[in-house]
Design a protein around this ligand. Structure first.
Ligand SMILES: *[C@@H]1O[C@H](CO)[C@@H](O)[C@H](O)[C@H]1NC(C)=O
Ligand SMILES: *[C@@H]1O[C@H](CO)[C@@H](O)[C@H](O)[C@H]1NC(C)=O
Ligand SMILES: *[C@@H]1O[C@H](CO)[C@@H](O)[C@H](O)[C@H]1NC(C)=O
Ligand SMILES: *[C@@H]1O[C@H](CO)[C@@H](O)[C@H](O)[C@H]1NC(C)=O
Length: 279
């Protein structure tokens, strides 16, 4: 129990240090969606202070084995994060079925969530290479956006690809160096692929590989979070700079907290990351 609590505190402390300064965030508040006048940015994780979670100790104490011991709470990330202390990860990929988002119970108006894969943003918070899909719901209206982002630069939408619930989508990032790389999204049903090549970006640490559902930010504030149902990344794999493929089984699990309540349940398998909405 002590070890689990300590680990949790270490993870929180490490992650807290990694959050960009408010100036970084401010400089990142740049319009993304010209057409929709809806700016968006996927952010580094923002861990919840243990004291602000209703029953953080109970959550950590519910631990029965080492895998469960690594659950960390966040205001914006749920999912699985692999972390190393030195540059390690070169690619991250996963495939998921696009869910049909709903407004959370009691909610109305526009709500969103995003699923993505990425490198850095957890222990290394000043840069993130990432790509994924936003799920938006507003009453009976549901929409999706595919995007790529190299934080702290804002996200950009892909054009020429569209989604509907039930599509099988593969998302992948590759860091070809610490400051350049590629983001790719593929419709598994048709094989249609869009990609973006980055150069001259803020340097990555290449220390974290992650599979995430996020409450992203619009103009610097977290958006109302949609009930995304379930996102299951399959074929979830990262490759190391040495060319070794690793799965998420040993990853730290992150769960999202809203108003003191844990609203997601994340788990991993050898090649799977499952994130369920339980709010
Ligand atoms: C975000 O900021 C942009 C630029 O100031 C503005 O045009 C837009 O309406 C804002 N969007 C939201 C949802 O607040
Ligand atoms: C550890 O936790 C996992 C996930 O909850 C579970 O599947 C597994 O059976 C547990 N192992 C042990 C030894 O309790
Ligand atoms: C959500 O839907 C309502 C009702 O159709 C509409 O008035 C409102 O502008 C929509 N909000 C957004 C952010 O799209
Ligand atoms: C993927 O392909 C299916 C089958 O053709 C199509 O219905 C769907 O809209 C496509 N989705 C994307 C992401 O292009």
């Amino acid at each position: 129990m002590f070890a689990a609590t300590l680990l949790c505190q270490i993870l929180l402390a490490t992650a807290a240090l990694a959050i960009p300064t408010s100036r970084d965030r401010l400089s990142a508040r740049v319009a993304r969606r010209d057409a929709a006048s809806f700016t968006h940015q996927s952010q580094p994780n923002q861990p919840v202070e243990a004291a602000s979670v209703a029953e953080p100790v109970a959550e950590v104490n519910a631990v029965t084995n080492a895998t469960d011991a690594k659950v960390v709470h966040s205001t914006n990330w749920a999912g699985a994060v692999l972390s190393e202390k030195t540059a390690t990860y070169k690619t991250v990929t996963g495939t998921f079925v696009v869910p049909h988002p709903k407004e959370p119970s009691g909610g109305s108006g526009r709500h969103s969530s995003a699923a993505w894969v990425g490198i850095d943003g957890a222990s290394c918070g000043h840069a993130i290479l990432q790509t994924g899909v936003d799920f938006n719901v507003n009453g009976s209206s549901v929409s999706y956006n595919a995007w790529y982002e190299w934080f702290p630069a804002p996200a950009h939408d892909f054009t020429g690809i569209s989604f509907k619930a039930g599509d099988h989508v593969t998302v992948a990032v590759t860091a070809t160096s610490k400051t350049s790389g590629k983001a790719t999204i593929t419709n598994k049903s048709t094989g249609k692929t869009v990609s973006h090549t980055f150069t001259g970006q803020k340097a990555l640490c290449e220390e974290n590989a992650e599979w995430i559902v996020e409450d992203f930010s619009v103009n610097g504030s977290l958006v109302p979070f949609a009930n995304f149902g379930k996102v299951e990344f399959t074929d979830a794999t990262a490759t190391t700079l040495k060319g070794k493929a690793v799965g998420p089984a040993g990853a730290t699990l992150w769960d999202l907290v809203k108003s003191g309540k844990v609203v997601t349940k994340s788990s991993t398998g050898n090649r799977e990351v499952t994130i369920s909405y339980v709010g």
